[in-house]
Design a protein around this ligand. Structure first.
Ligand SMILES: [Zn+2]
Length: 298
């Protein structure tokens, strides 16, 4: 029986869990708040305190992390998101802490893989896109039933596809990325500008649920932009299914709105839309499952 020490590194929290690779069950789990300081030494010390209690029970480490993972090094399309952690040698650092074989992938890619393997067995899904609409917008692609991580770790970073070439400048350097127009952060910014009051995305969404027409139209324009993205990627990649996750993606009515906008398009642009099922541990479980396959070949 192989035991994986799975690690999920996000902007607000970091979780570690022992995962039984045979049953795909979490045996033990702990999480801490991601250090506010983005100094590499402080981040590394936090990782060590999180991982140390689990090391003796684990055979290998599988990390799902925010950002781009290229040859074990953490970077970001928007370097401001990582601050002092840009170009952090994540795999080397965790290997030094644990002395275990260590692998790393992007967190949305890991979640995409777990959503894919959680689809009904013997399904006919070959090409699946996972979209998480939350603080930002991320994703993961499964093509021919294989997760695409990309030679440079970039595959699935759909938040930085352009939906309005005249839109606001994004941290990645382009103008009008969907993340800048439809994410939870964008919903908060649009609401704050419209209502002349500082709101976050959650508060604007609540105003919409309470019936405020302006807030409802902000949520609708987000869902419409996501529907356009889904249609574009469906016709490019022949998607069978799109799984929607994230705090905005799973908020009341959001998936239904996406479906409504897709229903206005010809049938070829309309894949099956599914709400994410795996919940908050999809990154941990997806990374454990994906890298258990590699570990079994070594
Ligand atoms: Zn961008």
């Amino acid at each position: 029986m192989s035991i994986c020490l799975a690690v999920d590194i996000g902007g607000t929290k970091m979780a570690a869990a022992l995962v039984d690779c045979t049953s795909q069950r979490i045996i033990d789990r702990h999480q801490i708040v991601t250090p506010k300081s983005q100094q590499p030494e402080i981040f590394s010390a936090a990782l060590a305190s999180l991982l140390t209690p689990f090391i003796a029970s684990a055979d290998f480490v599988a990390i799902a992390s925010t950002g781009i993972i290229n040859n074990g090094i953490l970077t970001a399309l928007n370097p401001a998101n990582l601050g002092g952690l840009n170009r952090f040698e994540l795999v080397d650092d965790v290997q030094r802490i644990t002395n275990l074989p260590t692998y790393a992938m992007n967190d949305a890619q890991a979640a995409a893989w777990y959503e894919f393997i959680s689809l009904t067995p013997n399904n006919n899904t070959h090409n699946m896109l996972f979209i998480t609409i939350s603080t930002g917008i991320g994703g993961g692609l499964v093509l021919n039933q294989q997760l695409q991580t990309g030679a440079r770790g970039i595959s699935g970073h759909i938040g930085h596809t352009v939906v309005n070439a005249n839109g606001p400048v994004c941290g990645c350097g382009r103008q009008g990325c969907i993340e800048k127009l439809a994410s939870g952060t964008a919903i908060g910014e649009l609401g704050s500008a419209l209502f002349k009051h500082p709101y976050n995305g959650h508060q604007v969404y609540q105003l919409a649920l309470d019936g405020n027409k302006d807030a409802i139209s902000i949520i609708h324009s987000s869902a419409a932009a996501v529907a356009e993205l889904i249609a574009n990627l469906t016709i490019s990649l022949d998607l069978d299914a799109v799984v929607i996750g994230g705090s905005v993606g799973l908020a009341p009515h959001y998936c239904k709105y996406i479906q409504q906008y897709l229903n206005e398009k010809p049938e070829l642009y309309r894949p099956r839309i599914i709400s994410a099922q795996a919940g908050g541990d999809a990154g941990l479980l997806g990374a454990a499952h994906w890298f258990a396959r590699q570990e079994s070949h070594t």
